[in-house]
Ligand binder design. Sequence first.
Ligand code: C5P
Length: 410
Amino acid sequence: MSLIGKSVLLLIGGGVAAYKSLELIRVIRKRGGSVRCILTKAGAEFVTPLSVSSLSGEKVFTDLFSLTDEAEMGHIELSRSADLVVVAPATADLLAKMAQGLANDLASTTLLATDKRVLVAPAMNVRMWQHAATQRNIETLKGDGVLFVGPDEGEMACGEFGPGRMAEPSVIADAIEAALSQRMSLLGSGSLIGRHVLVTSGPTHEAIDPVRYIANRSSGKQGHAIAAAAARAGARVTLVSGPVAIPDPQGVTTAHVETASEMLRAVEAALPADIAVFCAAVADWRVETQSGDKLKKTEGGPPALALTPNPDILATIAHRKGERPSLVVGFAAETSNVIDYARSKLDKKACDLIVANDVGGDSGVMGGDMNTVHIVSKDAVDSWPKLSKADVAERLVALFATKFAPKVRL
Ligand code: C5P
């Protein structure tokens, strides 16, 4: 990947992390991109316009009311001249202004006037990051289709420890490439900007006693890949994940759960959503009465485990009267008669699409990186070739996007 031929408008806010933005300018240019910069008044307290212009090789814009600047390039034109707008560091104040739609300096006016995607790299004190107001603003911005990279967790300039450090320049550059990637623009008119996508992933663990549980071999790879692909397509994504050994995808809000009942509660809490994708391999049963103590081997032989059915999360959400997502997608892992079972599941579970796959024999789907799926809808079956789980995810997200008119132009 590279940034050849791409232009970035970089807004440098007022934070200690502004020094890293100088490195970011260098990385973008090294990867072939061009950068034009806006330095906020507070940003100029941390880095000088001269260092920014020296590194970017361009004039730096600093003052909303500079008549010369407006004559040379109006702020509206500036806001639209780039392929992507990047805010780094994005301070708590800048995020709040963006969420409110305030426009009282060049940076905030440009952000309000732009018709391009916006990627923000937050940087602030850990308490400021965790404050309910900041978190509310972040949710609002994600809902508006703003992309996030970071913040990282670690020791901060103020001496505290926690999330709030700006992502490293190379990571921000990767996020810029992802936001501008060919795949994103291929989604074009079907972009998911402004949509909320809910994904379940992984297995569930149903406790027998404090140390034993019922589980299955789901790795979460397919569900996590779908969540990541939806985020890349601009959606706000909530991932509800059972216990897995893979990391949370970037740019996605992940809720970690163990049991089917917890998964249902987390899914309901995440509604409303435009699209819900139920990829988790939910345990069909749980032990009726969990033992508070570890079950002992006894003379009387093994214990009889009475099982009781778990809630069917997919069917529960698809049958909802209020807040039913417009597109409800189920998965069907079968070992035989894959398409027939998928068709009957479509009906029984009231979902709009079933992604069916054969997990039998030596398919290697469970835990593996490849998948062969059939997309089953009411009146059609589309069988895809064997693909990586990442490619299945990209294609699925592109398919979902075709069912929605875009909310924001790319
Ligand atoms: O009935 P079966 O488990 O084969 O259905 C698979 C589909 O239903 C998957 O989309 C899975 O995530 C979902 N499911 C669920 N809750 C359950 C069982 C399955 O959401 N308790």
